[in-house]
Design a binder for this molecule. Structure first.
Ligand SMILES: Nc1ncnc2c1ncn2[C@@H]1O[C@H](COP(=O)(O)OP(=O)(O)OP(=O)(O)O)[C@@H](O)[C@H]1O
Length: 232
């Protein structure tokens, strides 16, 4: 099965303006770990927003795990995203006054399917979130602390736990390491990839940082994929 399949996709932010993205063909295989690179403004976040079904392309096909997103209503797309995509945002998007544990648990609040996957593995969401946060290096007291009182590195781990809870088949991470020093960044990526591999989760990781390439089994330069703005 392919995790992502794109054909003749075109997306413009505004009608009658030149397209930001034109991608004739692109596939990501299930279980791949992919690094997506490109200069600032090249459309990386825009592409992620299409993959997550937050925005929809004006033309072309975009399927995730053989489900064409264009066939889903807005509400079905929201449900599909909650069930199937773990998303780590650049700014993490944690709720500041909720504890690390409750932030991680939000992933299950919006998805029965995630809860069911955990139940099938003989676990509870609370226990699974707690275990994930511990594996990501948070202490008992940090797990109970409100997110705003954690360091940037700790907040990033909470965002990773929330994204991975309930084993979504696709993890999307948008530059989540830009605030970290090299050592913390490398440890974090290694952990993220180890946890993803356990669930056979496909990973799409966006970064500017060429030094991270060695962690991923495929590499895509968005400017090679995207034909928008290129004369034919
Ligand atoms: N919400 C939006 N409304 C209108 N235009 C947008 C919006 N978001 C992005 N754009 C435009 O789309 C183009 C691509 O932006 P995008 O944020 O996808 O690039 P990026 O590669 O993720 O950049 P960076 O590495 O700086 O985050 C830019 O020209 C930007 O101005």
């Amino acid at each position: 099965m392919t995790a992502v399949s794109v054909r003749d996709l075109s997306f413009a932010w505004k009608r009658n303006e030149p397209a930001t993205l034109e991608i004739p063909e692109w596939q990501v295989q299930n279980g791949d770990t992919l690094l997506l690179r490109g200069p600032s403004g090249s459309g990386k976040s825009t592409l992620l927003s299409l993959l997550a079904g937050i925005n929809t392309p004006q033309k072309g096909e975009l399927s995730l795990f053989d489900t064409p997103l264009s066939k889903l209503s807005g509400r079905q797309r929201d449900r599909f995203r909650a069930d199937n995509i773990g998303y780590i945002f650049q700014q993490f998007n944690l709720l500041p006054y909720l504890s690390a544990l409750d932030n991680a648990l939000l992933a299950c609040q919006f998805s029965t399917v995630r809860k069911e996957r955990i139940a099938k593995a003989g676990d509870t969401p609370e226990n699974s979130a707690h275990g994930m946060l511990k594996r990501l290096g948070l202490s008992e007291s940090q797990i109970q602390q409100p997110a705003h009182s954690l360091s940037v590195g700790q907040q990033q781990r909470v965002a990773a736990a929330r994204a991975l809870l309930g084993a979504p088949p696709l993890l999307i991470a948008d530059e989540p390491t830009s605030a970290l020093d090299a050592e913390h960044r490398d440890t974090f990526i290694q952990l993220l990839l180890d946890l993803s591999a356990k669930n056979d989760t496909t990973v799409i990781f966006v970064t500017h940082d060429a030094a991270l390439a060695r962690y991923f089994n495929s590499h895509v330069e968005l400017n090679n994929l995207n034909k928008a703005g290129v004369a034919v």
